[in-house]
Design a protein around this ligand. Structure first.
Ligand code: DGT
Ligand code: CA
Ligand code: CA
Ligand code: ZN
Length: 588
């Protein structure tokens, strides 16, 4: 087990002990140990090897054995037993925002609750509001937490869905009976969350493909199995549909099951207007039912679109949001003319570096050097470091003095020439509840760039939150706005904010809005980008990486930029080092 995973186990143990009402000193020992391990800069394997674990401040003797066991075996009997000793319903209750070990214990002791169902009933009966330490507001919050949890349980992050889908697709393609195989549905459209996976296969021997699909490792239930269609559920809760079609239907089936529904409706209407009926099976002339169907001539989606007078619409734009108009071939004779009206979509290879990443200076888990090496591995020219500011104390945010030190160490790093990657000094500075900034203007100006983010007082009114963020945007030292709605996909709703006004202010002040590329955020949302970019808004793709592996998330940001059809010239990451430096300087 790696260090991060062990930290999570220790944190879990502390919460479980809290839930059981154990001795506070024991609870604190685990919580402190988790923090000490988390912030330890040395390599855990080396520290254990040298027998130094017990001498690390905050790691008590009771923890040394447990950490070593977890590191060596990935398991710990004490932890397994502890989990087993707690009712599963209580552990589920911990998932609800605002409920920690102490509160769940209180609900259990005072009201005898041991399930989410019971908790919901108790809230609806007003019993929770009457409890000391809870009140009407927290009762309401628990209820909405329960409702969200039910809705969220149905969907998965795109990033996780892709990880499940890739080996399935490879497995399908490796079958000798399979001619073509693709993933369709929301996964292919690069939606931020995915309900279920959809696979389309071309094969003359559907049975063999079906058998392989339902027999995969990890399938916990076969929910449907026919001759050409089956559905399964995996242990992880993910569901997947498979449809097998003859090769000549493949393009039609792939197009249909890629969706979206709205896109399909628009395509069908377009076909009808030209006298054809379009379905998942094919394309046929409506007036002469016995006439040869057109399907035979169409073997690819490109040909299908072309038949209807369209250029090939990339899957990520098929959302029924005007993409047919955008991709209509204007001038059939001079194809070149029509092509020019279609905006090129961003490619991952155009990215020359990323901004907004954290290091061990605040709550990141990797050092500046390690992060820069990670950026070099991607072949990037530069890396932006933006650690937290002091108001984010739980993330060890930096005060003015530490920011100035950090600028110095980044300068030294750049001058040392030890890396081909240039590091830009930035900060993720808290926007305080009144819209003022967490650091001195002079400190902010000393940095190459700044990202301003809201991390507190999420419950403000829409008016107050909008004014707060706009005040930060209008500050002359602001370069970018970080995760503008604070949403955590499938976990936390966005805070209330009028993004239309925020976008206006950003354009007027030449402030960039980020696409926070963390797969849990993808904020600002793709639905807003096309229109905002047309009006001149600049974008930056920011992985918000807290460790080296987090840099890879930039790809999820590229997806969103594509879905939002943001022209590459309006994406700061497409500029070279000098271009980026110029943008930063001109803002000041
Ligand atoms: P999801 O799974 O909720 O994330 O979203 P999708 O888009 O993957 O939806 P899904 O799996 O229900 O169906 C896949 C595609 O099949 C969908 O995007 C469009 C097509 N489709 C499914 N049902 C209908 C329908 O009733 N009408 C039309 N026009 N298309 C449909
Ligand atoms: Ca689906
Ligand atoms: Ca489906
Ligand atoms: Zn943040």
């Amino acid at each position: 087990m790696n260090k991060a995973e062990i930290v999570e186990v220790l944190e879990d143990i502390a919460v479980l002990l809290e839930l059981k009402g154990e001795n506070p000193f024991k609870i604190r020992a685990y919580a402190t140990g988790a923090r000490a391990l988390d912030t330890m800069e040395d390599d855990l394997g080396a520290v254990i090897g040298e027998g130094r674990l017990g001498s690390i401040k905050g790691i008590g003797s009771a923890l040394v054995d447990k950490i070593e066991t977890l590191h060596a075996t990935g398991e710990l009997e004490y932890y397994t037993k502890l989990r087993e000793s707690v009712a599963p319903g209580l552990i589920e209750m911990l998932d609800i925002p605002g409920l920690g070990g102490k509160k769940v214990k209180k609900l259990h002791d005072a009201l005898g609750l041991d399930s989410i169902e019971g908790l919901k009933r108790a809230c609806e009966a007003g019993e929770v509001a009457a409890l000391k330490g809870f009140g009407a507001k927290s009762e309401e919050k628990i209820l909405s937490g329960i409702a969200n949890r039910a809705a969220y349980a149905q969907r998965h992050l795109w990033w996780d869905a892709r990880a499940v889908a890739e080996p399935i697709l490879e497995g399908l393609r490796a079958l000798p009976e399979v001619e073509r195989a693709e993933a369709a549905g929301s996964l292919r459209r690069l939606r931020e969350t995915v309900g279920d996976l959809d696979f389309i296969v071309a094969s003359a021997k559907p049975q063999a493909v079906m058998d392989w699909f339902v027999g995969q490792a990890g399938v916990s239930e076969v929910t449907a199995q026919g001759t050409t269609k089956s559905s399964v559920r995996f242990d992880s809760g993910m569901q997947a549909d498979l449809r097998v079609v003859p090769t000549e239907q493949f393009a039609f089936a792939l197009h249909h099951f890629t969706g979206s529904k709205e896109h399909n409706v628009a395509m069908r209407q377009r076909a009808l207007a030209q006298g054809y009926s379009l379905s998942e099976w094919g394309l046929a002339l409506r007036s002469e039912s016995e006439s040869e169907s057109e399907s035979g001539r169409i073997q690819t989606e490109d040909q299908l679109f072309g038949f209807l007078g369209l250029r090939e619409i990339p899957p990520e734009l098929r959302e029924g949001m005007g993409e047919l108009e955008m991709y209509t071939i204007i001038n059939e004779a001079g194809k070149g003319d029509g092509e020019d009206t279609i905006p090129p979509l961003l490619e991952a290879s155009q990215i020359k570096g990323v901004f907004h990443n954290h290091t061990t200076a605040s709550d990141g888990r990797a050092t500046l050097e390690e992060m820069a090496a990670g950026a070099e591995a991607f072949g990037w020219d530069y890396l932006g470091i933006a650690d937290h500011s002091k108001a984010s104390y739980q993330a060890k945010g930096l005060d003015d003095a530490r920011v100035l030190q950090l600028i110095e160490s980044i300068r030294a790093f750049n001058e040392s020439g030890e890396s081909a990657v240039h590091v830009f000094s930035g900060i993720e500075c808290d926007i305080l509840p009144d819209g003022s900034l967490d650091l001195e203007a002079a400190t902010l100006r000393a940095l190459d760039y700044t990202v301003m983010s809201v991390h507190s007082s999420f419950g403000q009114s829409e008016e107050a939150m909008t004014a707060r963020v706009i005040r930060a945007i209008e500050h002359p030292a602001t370069t970018m706005l970080g995760h503008p709605t604070g949403r955590i996909l499938l976990r936390r709703e966005p805070y209330k904010i009028d993004l239309k006004k925020v976008i206006d202010a950003a354009i007027a002040n030449r402030v960039i809005i980020e696409i926070n590329a963390n797969p849990h955020r993808l904020d600002m949302d793709w639905r807003l980008w096309r229109r905002a970019a047309e009006r001149g808004l600049m974008c930056a793709i920011n992985p918000d990486a807290h460790k080296v592996e987090g840099l890879a998330h930039f790809e999820a940001g590229v997806n969103i930029a594509r879905k939002g059809a943001i022209p590459p010239e309006q994406i700061l990451n497409c500029r070279g080092c000098a271009g980026v430096a110029r943008w930063f300087a001109e803002r000041r």
